[in-house]
Design a protein around this ligand. Structure first.
Ligand SMILES: [Zn+2]
Length: 561
């Protein structure tokens, strides 16, 4: 690659890390030349005289953003506590506390001070930084302004009282959903779902959209994503995954995954999960592992990033793979540059990219032969009684067993995308008003039968299984599939760039991969858009083909197709 945007950005990043000394001057001139070349400014004399504005110019803005981020982080601590240690009785009070903090953060973001600051630097119609010959922004500042504008302009469209109402209703709905799931009563959750859905449709109207209100919500989680872009991806996946699944279910190879459902001690499962997290480079000085009903990762700052897991005595996979999965998310958040905390440059770029990090660790690493060559003997020692007669090949096959199942989070990497596709179609139709919440259980079960050939026995393992809709996260699900696709593209690039990566993994040396991800992805925050980042890392854009080739090869071999 020549002196493209990538080099330019890396150089700029370097400038912020190095004090104003000799290197700075040379680098500045070089950076300038690149930018000016890109912008087709031809006056050679001006190159030498141009003034380059950096993040220092933006200090009045970033100081305010820092305060807002601190409020948001405080709200995240309250949410983390709600999911882990809060007694059930605290639910209503907690919903109010979080709603107030989110309301304050929202008011601060849309305040006249921030608007005034932004107005002097950027074009309010496009969010692009004002630049004239002789007065340019460096790339970090330009990215920061672009992303702050994205957040500001969206927040500005939402009335503050709406934000508080949405937050409160979502907190409450989440608690009712947990109860409804527990009791297997969809009807209990239905009124809250109706409320949240109508608020999200209202939100889409405030935000504005092209083609479908669902696009407005999708863009919140995955900047730039649209139904029109997703549809062909899902169609390609469906066209190749459904026949592959059929071949697998008809294969003569039978995998015994019953070995994963023996009795496994709770404490030892957690200890093994912790050991893998440490090997991955998850820093316990800046993190914690706790238990929650639904495993998740949350970050209050790169120095305090928390992951959770759950432990089932008779499902060895659950704790193990949720630790690796959340660990992948945790590494991303721990890898963000703490000096940019509070600004978009210190924030993760999108949920699709975030999920690519968790899926890369969970599947490309955690479900690989190389990984178990090192970790299986340790696991075998930990559970000597259960695993003494099981060799590594049997274990590898067991953790890669493909079987249509009801629960998305426990699905194998092949059927997983079919679970996501079903949710994508349902939530798109809900937001577009083509489906009514009352009909959800029936629609859910019909689609499960169509895509996976099975019908959930209860709503608890059907339409009620996921928390997302209860907290208003419509448009979130597709990012799981984007994450799966990105994960394979990133991992294959790592294999190309890191000498003998598979051997390193087989020797338990996972840090080399963590460092690569940190350099290529984590530390950039929102410097680049998701598309641009993928382009920089892999040289291409997102595509279902590498993922499909990967699963076809891997499962073709396991199932002797
Ligand atoms: Zn995840």
């Amino acid at each position: 690659m020549g002196l493209g945007i990538g080099f330019d950005a890396e150089r700029n990043q370097l400038l912020h890390r190095v004090p104003f000394h000799g290197l700075k001057k040379t680098a500045t001139l070089r950076t300038l030349r690149i930018i000016i070349h890109q912008r087709r400014v031809t006056c050679a004399r001006m190159t030498e005289e141009a003034r380059l504005k950096t993040l220092a110019t933006l200090e009045p803005l970033t100081a305010r953003l820092l305060d807002i981020q601190r409020i948001n982080s405080a709200a995240s601590v309250l949410s983390w506590d709600q999911e882990t240690y809060m007694p059930a009785g605290g639910g209503e009070a907690r919903a109010e506390q979080i709603a107030v903090l989110q309301g304050v953060a929202h008011q601060k973001l849309v305040s006249p001070e921030i608007e005034k600051l932004l107005a002097q630097w950027i074009d309010p119609a496009t969010g692009a930084a004002y630049e004239q010959a002789g007065d340019l922004w460096d790339e970090s500042s330009r990215s920061l302004l672009r992303e702050v504008w994205r957040d500001f302009s969206r927040a500005k469209k939402l009335p503050s009282d709406f934000v508080v109402r949405l937050s409160r209703e979502c907190s409450l709905a989440q608690q009712v959903w947990a109860e409804a799931k527990e009791q297997n009563r969809f009807a209990l959750f239905l009124p809250n779902l109706r409320t949240v859905l109508s608020l999200k449709r209202e939100e889409a109207q405030y935000l504005g959209y092209k083609d479908s209100p669902y696009n407005a919500l999708l863009d919140v989680y995955e900047p730039g994503a649209t139904i029109a872009a997703l549809q062909p991806v899902f169609s390609t996946l469906k066209a190749r995954l459904v026949p592959l699944l059929k071949k697998i279910t008809q294969s003569r190879v039978r995998i015994d995954d019953g070995i994963l459902r023996q009795s496994y001690d709770h404490h030892r499962q957690l200890e093994f999960g912790r050991l893998v997290l440490i090997a991955m480079g998850y820093d316990f000085e800046r993190g914690r592992l706790d238990l929650s009903a639904h495993p998740f990762t949350t970050s209050f700052h790169p120095t305090d990033v928390r992951v959770t897991t759950r432990v089932y005595e008779h499902e060895l996979q659950s704790c193990l793979f949720s630790c690796i999965h959340e660990g992948g998310h945790g590494l991303y958040d721990q890898g963000l540059d703490p000096r940019y905390y509070g600004t978009p440059l210190g924030d993760s770029v999108s949920l699709g990219i975030h999920e690519s990090q968790s899926r890369l660790w969970e599947n490309c690493v955690g479900r690989s032969r190389a990984f178990w060559r090192f970790f299986y003997p340790i696991l075998q020692q930990t559970f000597h009684h259960q695993l003494r007669g099981v060799d590594v090949e049997q274990f590898y096959a067991a953790v890669n067993c493909v079987k249509p199942s009801f629960i998305r989070v426990e699905a194998d990497e092949l059927t997983y995308n079919l679970h996501v596709m079903l949710r994508f179609e349902i939530e798109r139709d809900l937001i577009e008003g083509k489906t009514q919440p009352d009909d959800l259980p029936a629609i859910w079960n019909r689609k499960m039968e169509d895509y996976l050939g099975i019908v959930p026995t209860t709503d608890a393992v059907g339409v009620l299984q996921d928390v997302h809709w209860s907290f208003g996260a419509f448009g979130y699900f597709p990012t799981y599939t984007l994450g799966n696709l990105y994960s394979v593209q990133f991992f294959e690039q790592a294999q190309r760039e890191i000498p003998h990566l598979d051997d390193e993994i087989a020797a338990g040396q996972l840090l080399v991969l963590r460092r690569w991800l940190e350099q290529k992805i984590h530390r950039w925050g929102r410097m680049f858009t998701p598309d641009h980042l993928a382009q920089r890392v892999t040289g291409g854009t997102i595509s279902p083909d590498p993922f499909l080739a990967y699963v076809e090869k891997k499962y073709g071999e396991i199932y002797q197709l």
